[in-house]
Design a binder for this molecule. Sequence first.
Ligand code: ATP
Length: 304
Amino acid sequence: MQQYVLQTQNLYKKYRDTVAVNNVSMNIRQGDIYGFIGENGAGKTTFMRIIAGLAEPTEGTIKLFGNEDFQSDRQKIGCTIENPTLYKNMTARENIEVFRRAFGVRDTRSTDNVLHLMDLDDTGQKRVGNFSLGMKQRLAIAIALLGKPKFLILDEPINGLDPVGIQELRNLFVRLNQEQNITLLISSHILGELSKIATRYGIIHNGSLVAELSSDELQMRCERHVDIRVDCADRAAEIVKNQLGITKCKVVSPHMISVGEYVDKSEIVNETLIKNGIVLFEATIHQESLEDYFNTIIMGGKGK
Ligand code: ATP
């Protein structure tokens, strides 16, 4: 059975006149690397703060690890939403030791463990004041890992990093996910930053989750494909799958299918549809970049 780490139902948060989170229903499965994408001010931080217990929702429900009564399950969450204040005159190890004691983590091996997990074991005597932004980010995540979380919430961890720093962090996220079985919720304002590693995406705009899709679905949207406008998309998709053996076919709306095969031979798809009684209005070839797709989604406020 599919296990969910997080399920929210119509989560809503209002600050005086501002609706920061507007009826967000999000589902994160165990093992996901969930890319939470939205422009500045879209509501990502507020949503994450609510999940981590740093803010109260105005309305809506939350299930953590399948439980609505989740106070004890919050201990399974690690987060870097409000980054810890790092001590600049101390080394990475000394900083982690301070937080290990403050968090009441007794096992002294935890320090070596999280240093290793974040590839910081060779920073030796270097003081944090001399760290690159990427190293500081890794140290903040190492601190969040001290409690051995099963679910890690990271707010814009990639923001401001150079390409090398981004690559290093991406590799570490995949390692945490695959080797430590940690589910990750990572926010970013740039879809492309997470596109190589996320298994699922949620796109938030003006507080609303306007699209939730898998990496396969995203890849299909951004591959060359033909959008075909028809009288009945469900029936057209059946015909395309059964008669032509096409697997990359998605019903986009009641009157639109998107076909990712036969792109250069789309007349074969069209003929097959017409022969089978489908009324075909239009067929157009598309190839969207990730950013185009993101812009289309947030401008249309459509997708879900
Ligand atoms: P950013 O990446 O810029 O932090 P975000 O997607 O994380 O953006 P939020 O920080 O959640 O967005 O903000 C969503 C909206 O809620 C914004 O309009 C913001 O001004 C408002 N907001 C957030 N926190 C508060 C608060 N404590 N009091 C009043 N308004 C707030």
